[in-house]
Design a protein around this ligand. Structure first.
Ligand code: HEC
Length: 140
């Protein structure tokens, strides 16, 4: 009687273990690879003044960024400032990470991927503009 019960408990624990193990193992597998940011990583060397100007127009136009982040990038009730600050999603305010946020969004928030339906090159320009403002290279 006892032996049977123990056996059942063992079988149950084993079954749960088999189901949970792949899920529990996932984060370490993911972090072992290059982050998506690193994979996509555009370099700041691709940024030109023309690109920053194009990004400015997209930010204040088609990309609708200004509506949430403010015309001066000062932030609003719904979205954080994009000037130099303690970056939350775009780690360290790095160009590649800003680009990542613009092209992937922040799930569960109002920040969607490709806001305003902008293209990838437009997202790159918008990121270049935001990065340049954050770096104090251009005015908002
Ligand atoms: C509908 C509102 C909305 C629009 C439009 C929008 N954003 Fe955002 N954005 C947000 C919110 C909200 C967050 C913060 C998400 C969170 O809670 O972590 C955010 C976060 C960000 C961040 C990360 C900030 C940080 O601290 O790491 C960047 C960069 C960004 N947005 C850039 C843009 C750009 C560029 C555009 C336009 C192409 C844009 N956003 C359009 C709402 C918006």
């Amino acid at each position: 009687m006892r032996a049977v019960r123990r056996h059942r408990v063992f079988a149950f624990v084993t079954a749960v273990g088999v189901m949970v193990a792949p899920i529990a193992g996932m984060p370490s597998v993911v972090s072992a690879r290059a982050t998506p940011q690193q994979q996509a990583a555009p370099d700041t060397s691709v940024i030109t003044p023309a690109m920053v100007n194009a990004g400015r127009a997209i930010f204040h136009g088609k990309g609708t960024c200004f509506a949430c982040h403010g015309a001066e990038l000062q932030g609003t009730q719904v979205a954080p400032t994009l000037k130099a600050h303690a970056w939350r999603d775009a780690k360290n305010g790095e160009f590649a990470n800003i680009f990542y946020v613009v092209t992937h969004g922040v799930s569960g928030t109002l920040m969607v991927a490709f806001p305003g339906g902008i293209s990838k090159p437009e997202a790159l320009s918008a990121a270049a503009y935001v990065w340049s403002v954050g770096q104090g290279r251009v005015k908002p």
